[in-house]
Design a protein around this ligand. Sequence first.
Ligand SMILES: [Zn+2]
Ligand SMILES: [Zn+2]
Length: 247
Amino acid sequence: MALLTYLKSELSGLFDLLLPPTCAFCRAEAPTPSPAGICPNCLTQLLPLPAARCSRCALPYPTEAGGPHLCETCLRRPPDFSGVVAVGVYQDLLRESIHRFKYEQSIHLDHPLGTLLAQRLAIEATDFRPELILPVPLHPRRLRERGYNQSLLLARRLGKELRVPTEPRRLRRIRPTPPQQGLPLAARQRNLRGAFTLSAPLRGEKILLIDDVMTTGATLRECAQVLKAGGAGEILIAVLGRAARHH
Ligand SMILES: [Zn+2]
Ligand SMILES: [Zn+2]
């Protein structure tokens, strides 16, 4: 299945070379698409994170007052990651594109979305040189249902762009979690306890941990905790969309 996914992704790249370039998001003809393969109109619809956000988990604040500072959750319980880089706020066009990528088999979107994320990292995390890229894993049952792990596709794309090794099975999901929607962070956190494990210990490597969306951050907090306990060095999170609190 992984091979098939890979071939599909590579073949869609081949078609891109044969046909006139079209925007990966809106499919309009784009004579001069951006490096990510997106037309200028779609690019302007991607809302970057506001400057006023949590300096740790990147939670966007509703107003610019106060500038960047720690949110209440990070103040009470500092996460094991040092920061979060995101393409933008999880809404509108970015949200629709992530949805297509994740649930509608549009795996070719790994290229534009991964490139956008690599561009963000180049701007916001210039000092962070990861030694290992790890995707947030899906439980094997979920993986069979969906056929692919969107976070792994993204991690591979970033690995290529940054020339950093990606290990799909280092961090594993050993327990499925019940649906988390509507639950507060503390309850989500409880549900996730023991859901992840490392297949082999780490030796202080700087880790770039990849997921498609960060909502409450419960999953990424739990993964980072498992990585840290397993010997990871600094951990930075990279996601496509960062949800504001009321999403
Ligand atoms: Zn477009
Ligand atoms: Zn925070």
